[in-house]
Each structure stands twice: as C-alpha cells, then as structure tokens.
Design a protein around this ligand. Structure first.
Ligand SMILES: Cc1cc2nc3c(=O)[nH]c(=O)nc-3n(C[C@H](O)[C@H](O)[C@H](O)COP(=O)(O)OP(=O)(O)OC[C@H]3O[C@@H](n4cnc5c(N)ncnc54)[C@H](O)[C@@H]3O)c2cc1C
Length: 400
C-alpha cells in the first residue's frame, strides 16, 4: 500500500525545521551569504529544535524519527538556505547515521550520543585535493604503530571543516593495496579536532553555499588510537559508499526545498511585475517556467520519498537514492536558472534571493556524486553492470 499522508511525528519534524528556517535563517541570510560567514545562531537553534539528532534512536540521544522526517527537514532547511541543509547532510547523513550503523558500542557512546544531542558536530572527510569522484585515488595514509595509527594526508572541500568537533576520515591502511588501487586497503577512522597535527582552514570565494563553512583538513603525523578505527581495517570504502547513500538522500530532498523557494519567489514577483499592461503571471512563457518548477518539485519529491520508503524498510536504496539525487539536483538547477529569468534584471542582483538559489543549485550537481557519476550509475544499473560488483551487494541493512 502506498500512503502519501505524513504522520504526526513527521509533520512535527517538518514544522520544527520550518520554524528554524523562517525565524533563524531567512531573516539574515542575505547578510551571511554576502559576508561568507556561518550564522552563529544556526547550530544552537538546530540543537534546540532537536534537528541535529532527530533520526537517531532514542537510546543514542536522538528522537528515533524515520527517513521521511529526514527528507522533510532537509527540504525545509534548504528552503531557508542550502548551507543549512548541508548541516543535516554532513552531521546526520554522512556522520551520525554511518556511526550508528558501523561503529561499535563504545564508539557510539563516545561519538554518536553527543552528536545526536547537538553538543558536538560531526563531518565527513573523503575528498582530497587530487581525488573526488575517484575515491581510490585518495592519498591519505594511516600506518599502524602499536595501539595507534599515524595519519598523514590532506582533505579538501570538507563541509564544516572549520567548525566540526569530529571527523569521519578515510585513509589507506594497506599501502600495497594502495599501489594497486584495491579499495579493500582503505579504512575509516573517527578523528577529534584537537588532536595534535590536525589543522583546518576555510575556503573563501565559493560560487555558492557561501553562508556555510567549507574547508580543508591537514593531518601531519596525527596519532589516532586504534580504538577509533571504525568497523575493521579495509572496510573504509564500503563505509564511505554507505555514507553517501544517506548524504545524497538529504541533498535530493533539500533540492526540492530549493525548487519550492524558486517557485514561491517567482509567484510573488509575477504578481508585482507588470509588462505590456499585464502582470507577468499572465504571459504564457512565464507560466511555462513556473509550471516546470512545479513539475520538477513533484518529480524530485516522488523520487526522494521512494528512496526514503526503501530506507525505512531497511532495504537497499543505492539505486533509488542516486536517481533521486541526480534528478532533484537537475530540476533544482533548471528551476533556479528559470527563476533568475523570471525576475529579469532584478534576478541578476542579490537584492532578490533568486541569484543565491542559482549559485547554490550548482553545487549540488557536484558534491555527493557529480551529475556525470549519477548518470553513469543509472546506466550501469540498466545494463546490469553494477549489480555484479561486490560493493553493491553486501552493504548492511539500516535498521530504523
Ligand atoms: C560545497 C561543497 C561541499 C563539499 N563537501 C564535502 C564534504 O563534506 N566531504 C567530502 O569528502 N567532500 C565534499 N565535497 C567534495 C565533493 O564531494 C567533490 O567535489 C565531488 O565528489 C567531485 O569531485 P571533484 O571535485 O574532485 O571532481 P572530479 O572527480 O575531479 O571531476 C571533475 C569532472 O570530471 C567528471 N568525471 C570524473 N570522473 C568521471 C567519469 N568516470 N566519467 C565521466 N565523468 C567523470 C566529473 O563529473 C566532473 O565533471 C564538497 C564539494 C563542494 C563543492
């Protein structure tokens, strides 16, 4: 049976996120986007509203909500600004849910509970200066030395790099396998910000997500306790792919929030702006652009909710999540480009929000799997190439 109605709990999460977006994000977003700074009120407001851990089980400090709630919250946060949805993507999708699934009990108590309560912020460090889509091209190494690993390397384009307390980091532990590009030589570690040898820096001058923090992390002989290895040596690639399944889901749902923001801004403007004696809402070509936004929203929503439905039932959703992410981001980019068009010259200025939407929409076709990577994934599923690969078969089921 398919049920399009949301439960009371899902609506409660959506409303909490909507309130944070309308009261904390939207009133000052122009200022923070212009100054390229993170709003210092964002994390406290998200923590207060339980938005930093609501879909983590209660026994680990969360509220035990489901994946549809995570999608709805992502949509509402991105309606406020993409930078706010990114917090959900990295802190919950790429950090907390993977720790819940892959870490041992001691690690969960130490690194998941404070994150779910909103006391600590987690992020995900996979990308490096010379390796993004090509994950096995990463160069960081973690060499075992007694009861520690010595971590060296550099991560790049890491969301919240300058503000996170904990980093889920990927590095080669088997240097022979590194030479052969064998992904079973990569391992995952939880690393703390204040460990000696770890430094971070912010990236300025980004096209979009300017009100968010994105940066680099350098590891120079960082001593990581062996107890901070997540799962087992050699499982890092699989864990990273699992992380992306959760993060991409939030990006897909968030993109629908961006489409809705484009649509709502256009509807308002279309009744204010007159050309040729009519509101521009009455011109058919303008209607076409707004109609496409509506179609894109429904399209993207149906896809992320299908992925969420699979996830809630503990079923694999890699294919559905990839499709949702690819299509929702594509529709968000198209909607934002049309929104600028609907606003004419005013859309070309930051007096109105649509130019911010346009800049922000671009990023989502790059991070968490580029447009091209998702296109290839979908084609590979269709041709049957992908299901033959081991990494696609044996990821664990997420219990909710
Ligand atoms: C705002 C922002 C936030 C980010 N946050 C994080 C984060 O928190 N943690 C993290 O680890 N990373 C993060 N990233 C990095 C992001 O995940 C990577 O940028 C992304 O994976 C793409 O890698 P790349 O930039 O190295 O591009 P490349 O992989 O170098 O790709 C360059 C171009 O080649 C294309 N291409 C690559 N391989 C193929 C192929 N096989 N076939 C066809 N085309 C191909 C790509 O689609 C792209 O067009 C973030 C990036 C941004 C912009």
């Amino acid at each position: 049976m398919i049920d399009f109605a949301y439960t009371e709990n899902q609506l409660m999460v959506r409303d909490m996120a909507r309130e944070v977006a309308s009261k904390v994000i939207l009133p000052s977003i122009q200022e923070y986007d212009r100054s390229q700074k993170l709003n210092p009120a964002l994390f406290p407001a998200m923590a207060e509203a339980n938005l930093l851990g609501f879909c983590i089980p209660e026994q680990y400090g969360g509220l035990g909500m489901d994946y549809i709630s995570l999608g709805l919250a992502s949509e509402e946060m991105e309606y406020g600004d993409t930078s706010a949805r990114v917090v959900l993507s990295v802190h919950i999708g790429l950090y907390s849910l993977p720790i819940l699934t892959w870490a041992n009990e001691e690690q969960k108590q130490k690194y998941l509970v404070p994150a779910a309560k909103g006391e600590k912020i987690g992020t995900f460090g996979l990308t490096e200066p010379a390796a993004g889509s090509d994950v096995v091209g990463l160069q960081s190494t973690a060499v075992r030395d007694g009861d520690h690993y010595i971590l060296n390397g550099e991560k790049m384009w890491i969301s919240l790099a300058d503000v996170a307390d904990y980093f889920l980091v990927f590095a080669w532990t088997d240097l022979e396998k590194k030479k052969n590009r064998d992904h079973t030589g990569i391992s995952a570690f939880i690393v703390e910000r204040d460990w000696e040898g770890l430094t971070t820096a912010s990236i300025h001058g980004k096209l979009g997500v300017r009100a968010g923090n994105t940066g680099s992390i350098a590891f120079q002989d960082v001593k990581v306790p062996a107890a901070n290895l997540v799962h087992e040596e050699g499982q890092g690639f699989k864990i990273a792919m699992f992380c992306l399944d959760q993060g991409r889901y939030t990006v897909a749902a968030g993109s629908c929030g961006l489409i809705k923001a484009c649509r709502d801004a256009c509807v308002k403007y279309c009744f204010e702006r007159k050309t040729f004696t009519k509101n521009i809402a009455e011109h058919q070509l303008v209607k076409q652009m707004v109609a496409n936004m509506e179609a894109g929203y429904e399209y993207g929503t149906a896809l992320w909710q299908k992925a969420g439905w699979l996830k809630n039932r503990g079923l694999r959703s890699t294919r559905a999540t990839s499709l949702a992410k690819w299509i929702a981001c594509r529709e968000a980019e198209a909607s934002a480009a049309n929104a600028v068009q609907v606003f004419g010259a005013y859309g070309f200025s930051d007096e109105y929000p649509v130019e911010r939407f346009y800049r922000n929409a671009k990023g989502a076709s790059i991070y968490e799997g580029t447009r091209e990577i998702h296109t290839l994934m979908q084609a590979d599923y269709v041709f049957g190439f992908r299901k033959d690969k081991q990494l696609d078969r044996d990821l664990p089921i997420v219990e909710q």
